[in-house]
Design a protein around this ligand. Structure first.
Ligand SMILES: Cc1cc2nc3c(=O)[nH]c(=O)nc-3n(C[C@H](O)[C@H](O)[C@H](O)COP(=O)(O)OP(=O)(O)OC[C@H]3O[C@@H](n4cnc5c(N)ncnc54)[C@H](O)[C@@H]3O)c2cc1C
Length: 340
């Protein structure tokens, strides 16, 4: 069980900056995110795209913004619990008890929900039996490529992930890349490499095909794929990898008894508290009159929510407003000034 001042749900840009705002006022945060990396939409949806409206930063990318936000919170040595979804929350005396999909438990007087548009989840195979083999023979991401060494693998999808992994895994295994269209959506350069590997006999490409059935009892033995004109082909395979993109689901947040308005959480703009004491919502997931779904708005919302968290985390202390330019204690927390 992990005790903390604030549990932050979501490591998108807004959750990351909230950690900074909590850190400078002396509050400890733990961060949970369903994804395998920090950065939320910026990293998952547009790492290379330029952003032009971050205050005092004329241009950055989703990736460089995330990198800088991480750099800014480095002094607070925050723990990130990635690949974990916050499943359930319940009240326990003065605190909230938070349970994740990996059964980790947090106890905290405050929860800041910075969950964006909900948790990103992979779009899955819709064929019978796929669920039964999930995490054994059916995967939607590669955690350790050695697991796929010297195997027969079918990779499905036409985007960058499918192409990149087909190219990479073809070096260590027999790979068949299956896509429902003849053209790939991913980078042209990657598609060219894949076609070259096909010519050299190092990669099998099957287009336009879709999965039709899975055969196997304890493990997958083979699959059949079907073309647009209903031609069926059987492929022996050990593992299936599906890269069909991500869907965004509000997920378990919808079940915590919070008021919801069109999949967003209404908040009081004085402190960004929801209808439950000690639960705050900031960033894309919150709503109020005039809400702008912009990163800069989320930064402001995090600053106010952090100050409100102070009251519950330090009930016997008085919060004092200070500037980072002049506050000795804030500078000590950031690590730029040594304590006397
Ligand atoms: C293509 C594109 C371009 C954009 N360009 C701009 C721009 O130029 N300027 C701008 O200001 N904004 C831009 N935006 C919008 C901006 O990306 C969002 O406003 C911002 O990402 C919101 O940040 P967030 O931290 O609130 O949420 P997100 O970035 O969505 O992060 C939320 C995180 O919460 C996690 N999560 C959700 N539920 C759970 C749960 N139950 N348990 C664990 N984790 C959970 C998710 O996995 C996710 O990582 C753009 C968006 C897109 C898609």
């Amino acid at each position: 069980m992990i005790k903390t001042d604030v549990l932050v749900i979501g490591a998108g840009p807004v959750g990351l900056f909230a950690v900074h705002q909590l850190g400078i006022i002396g509050l400890k945060a733990e961060v949970v995110d369903n994804l395998d990396k920090v950065g939320g939409q910026c990293i998952e949806l547009y790492p290379d795209k330029p952003i032009y409206d971050i205050p005092a930063t004329p241009e950055c990318t989703g990736e460089s913004l995330t990198k800088n936000l991480l750099e800014q919170i480095k002094p607070f040595k925050t723990n990130f619990h990635l690949n974990e979804r916050v499943q359930a929350i319940s009240k326990e005396n003065e605190n909230w008890k938070i349970i994740t999909s990996k059964n980790k438990t947090f106890i905290s007087p405050n929860i800041i929900i910075a969950g964006g548009v909900g948790s990103f989840e992979p779009r899955k195979f819709s064929v019978d039996g796929a669920e039964k083999f999930e995490n054994k023979n059916v995967f939607y991401s590669v955690k350790d490529k050695n697991y796929f060494k010297d195997k027969e693998i079918c990779i499905f999808g036409g985007g960058d992930s499918a192409l990149d992994w087909a190219i990479e895994l073809s070096k260590i295994s027999k790979v068949t890349l299956v896509h429902r269209r003849n053209e790939f959506r991913g980078a042209e350069h990657s598609a060219e490499i894949a076609r070259k590997l096909e010519k050299e006999g190092k990669l099998i490409i099957k287009t336009p095909f879709q999965i039709d059935s899975i055969e196997g009892d304890k493990n997958i033995k083979a699959i059949t794929i079907k073309s647009e004109d209903n031609k069926i082909e059987k492929i022996t395979t050990d593992h299936l990898l599906g890269f069909f993109g991500l869907i965004m689901k509000l997920g378990p947040i919808a079940e915590w008894g919070l008021n919801l308005e069109k999949k967003t959480i209404p908040v009081n703009t004085e402190n960004f508290q929801t209808n439950k004491d000690g639960i705050f919502a900031i960033g894309d997931i919150c709503t109020y009159p005039g809400k702008l779904k912009l990163i800069l708005s989320g930064f402001h919302e995090g600053a106010l929510a952090a100050r409100a968290c102070f009251k519950l985390a330090r009930p016997n202390e008085k919060y004092r407003f200070e500037f980072t330019t002049t506050s000795k204690s804030m500078q000590e927390r950031i690590g730029v000034k040594k304590s006397d």
